[in-house]
Design a protein around this ligand. Structure first.
Ligand SMILES: [Zn+2]
Ligand SMILES: [Zn+2]
Length: 275
């Protein structure tokens, strides 16, 4: 969220207070999702779920490492990616995982607000198209383990990916399967996360010579998407990108951006634990 002026900060605080007042329970969210009303500020939103002002005011990563989407001066490849490159060549993230993006993503994924897939996908597709680079040949939604998908009733990544496919005209293919349901990543350090998801994915179709983008809602450490990228590579993909709606910043970056999350009652860590 841009808070480089007093108005921006006032808007941020107003939205925090609106969320706190409404308590964002599932029934409240459903009531607030009536057409033409912005999910975040209740202003008129035409036929969208987010008004133009809220969509423009979402938290963004201004200068990011092209490989992992973490903040990086001059948008150069960061030291971590130089030292230990992830299996994906690039990451595109529409937003930082911060208020109010975290609320939208949580409501979408855990409160069953499937309609929110639309503004999330619009934001991701816009970020992709703004990059103005070559588009991949195929999109792949990060698969859930079958048991987890049955419990949730849908694959959130698939819901986002099929809308992004429509907006970018990149075909979405079912080319990957999750063969191992790892324990939750929350609370694990990067090395533990990496081993936790190693060999969790296999490609179910050949991807020889194709550039593919793997779509998910949030990238935290990148270990899961890197594992999926490894599977795509094993199936012959020549280039793999990770496309996510939001990127969780590491603690050092988050502490630097505390100002932009003033009043945020639920930290990214708390929300990430629910993943
Ligand atoms: Zn709004
Ligand atoms: Zn990086």
């Amino acid at each position: 969220m841009r808070v480089n002026n007093a108005n921006g900060m006032a808007n941020t605080i107003a939205r925090c207070q609106t969320f706190a007042r409404r308590n964002l329970t599932a029934p409240t969210l459903v009531r607030n999702a009536l057409p033409q009303v912005c999910t975040l500020c209740m202003a008129s939103a035409g036929d969208a779920l987010l008004c133009v002002a809220c969509a423009e005011d979402m938290p963004r990563v201004i200068a990011a490492c092209p490989r992992c989407a973490l903040p990086s001066p001059l948008a150069l490849t960061c030291g971590r990616c130089l030292a230990r490159p992830p299996a994906h060549e690039a990451t595109i993230a529409a937003w930082r995982y911060a208020f109010p993006a975290d609320r939208l993503l949580h409501a979408f994924k855990y409160d069953g607000r499937l309609a929110l897939a639309e503004p999330l996908a619009i934001a991701l597709a816009d970020a992709v198209l703004q990059r103005n680079g070559p588009l991949p040949d195929r999109l792949i939604a990060l698969p859930l383990a079958p048991s987890r998908q049955r419990a949730r009733g849908f694959n959130h990544a698939q819901e986002i990916a099929r809308r992004v496919a429509q907006r970018t005209s990149v075909p979405l293919v079912a080319a990957m399967r999750r063969v191992r349901d790892s324990r939750p990543q929350a609370g694990l350090a990067l090395a533990a996360r990496t081993s936790n998801v190693r060999n969790a994915f296999v490609a179910t179709a050949r991807l020889d010579g194709l550039a593919v983008a793997i779509v998910d809602d949030v990238m935290t450490t990148g270990a899961t998407l890197s594992a999926a990228a490894t599977a795509a590579r094993a199936a012959g993909a020549r280039r793999v990108e990770a496309w996510v709606v939001a990127r969780t910043l590491p603690p050092t970056s988050r502490s630097r951006s505390n100002l932009s999350r003033a009043g945020d009652p639920l930290s990214a860590d708390d929300a990430t634990k629910a993943r």
